[in-house]
Design a protein around this ligand. Structure first.
Ligand SMILES: Cc1ncc(COP(=O)(O)O)c(C=O)c1O
Length: 377
């Protein structure tokens, strides 16, 4: 039986040739950063997401840090879901902010509106609350997210989107990355599109665009090749070569998402029929389908299901996430003494079956059937 792997790097021979020929041109031109490829990639990405601006960076992590600096989150408290990647929490800490975790609900693996309200109302924090850094886990946009944004704006709080999982996800005609006050995408190799390493900030404010460009370039504003550093930036630019791969992947993103959606439908059809629970994207116009989150029925453990599927040559990807951030040793001391019961329960009790743009329909069906066999009663 052919192994079904959790990751697939989606590139054709023609695209490899195109990449190599562009890379050769870049090397000959000597313009290795901040050149025409980065600019073209930024413009195409902004047009895709529907924002006025997009700023390329060297990682999603750098993008998050820049967003928080744009919002002057230093010395403030930022609400962050505990069910997220290390990078979301680390970004707040790196800019000198404090984190107040939010729990999650199993329907979306994101916090609920009520959780945000409870964290805002009647609470006092050592550092004033400035906003929320929200994460669309697995590319799923919570149906409550627009209400979260409205509520936060009424309270004078910003809402930033960590869109590391959500390329092309869309709710109520608006794409992830254009639903709040700024967003940061990741192009890490496992994401639905990649630039080797890389990230993109999406924004609608002209001044923020100017400062974001400065922050990724050692704090130098505009076309300033002199020695003037206005902002406390860093060297977090994207290279021209990375931007070439980004352009190639962005051009085929819709196609890759269509194939992921088909795989999602084929895998989940038998799950629905068997009454198994997974995080649904049915309420969205479109989902990145970065991760399919399947909740384990009572009595099943991740390890036993993983092993049983591996025996059938079906290999699971990483979960989102196995250990919530408030239980990570590196973040010990943050929200000490508080508990986040839903995250504590569900983080170790879900799996993410393989779902890629390279899967055949037969493979997707094989995954769905195997899940029913191993998760069903
Ligand atoms: C939710 C989330 N946020 C941020 C990041 C950071 O992105 P990067 O690895 O590009 O720095 C990741 C990365 O994997 C992520 O999953």
């Amino acid at each position: 039986m052919e192994p079904i792997k959790p990751f697939y790097f989606d590139i054709t021979d023609e695209e490899i040739e195109l990449f190599l020929s562009e890379a050769r041109q870049i090397l000959k031109s000597g313009t290795l950063i901040l050149g025409p490829h980065s600019q073209a990639f930024e413009q195409a990405f902004a047009a895709y997401v529907g924002t006025r601006y997009a700023v390329s960076v060297n990682s999603g992590s750098s993008g998050l840090e820049i967003l928080l600096r744009l919002k002057q989150a230093e010395n403030t408290t930022v609400l962050v879901p505990t069910n997220t990647n290390f990078a979301t929490v680390a970004a707040v800490l790196r800019v000198g902010g404090e984190v107040q975790y939010l729990d999650m609900e199993p329907k979306t693996f994101a916090p609920s509106l009520a959780m945000v309200q409870a964290a805002v109302e009647g609470q006092t924090y050592a550092k004033p609350l400035s906003g929320v850094l929200w994460v669309h886990i697995g590319g799923v946009i919570s149906p409550e997210f627009p209400q979260v944004v409205d509520y936060c704006h009424q309270k004078g709080l910003f809402v930033l989107e960590d869109t590391a999982h959500a390329h092309g996800s869309q709710l109520n005609d608006v794409q992830a990355g254009n639903l709040g006050d700024g967003a940061a995408f990741s192009f890490f190799p496992t994401k639905v599109m990649t630039t080797f390493e890389g990230g993109m900030i999406t924004l609608n404010d002209e001044q923020e665009d100017l400062i974001a460009r400065s922050l990724r370039n050692q704090g130098k504003r505009g076309m300033n090749f002199g020695g003037l550093h206005t902002d406390f930036g860093n060297s977090t630019r994207m290279t021209e070569i990375h931007a070439v791969l980004g352009q190639i992947h962005l051009a085929k993103l819709d196609q890759m998402l269509t194939r992921r959606q088909r795989a999602y439908e084929l895998i989940t059809a038998p799950l629905r029929a068997a009454g198994l629970t997974f995080v649904s994207t049915d309420h969205m116009d479109r989902a990145s389908q970065y991760k399919l989150i399947v909740l384990l029925p009572e009595g099943k453990t991740t390890l036993e299901v993983k092993q049983a599927l591996a025996e059938e040559q079906i290999f699971l990807g990483g979960t989102v996430y196995e250990i919530p951030c408030h239980q990570q040793p590196v973040f010990a001391g943050i929200c000490a003494g508080q508990s986040f019961p839903q995250a504590e329960y569900w983080c170790p009790r879900h799996i993410c079956p393989p779902l890629t743009s390279g899967m055949t329909e037969a493979e997707a069906e094989r995954v769905g059937a195997a899940l029913v066999r191993h998760l069903g009663a």
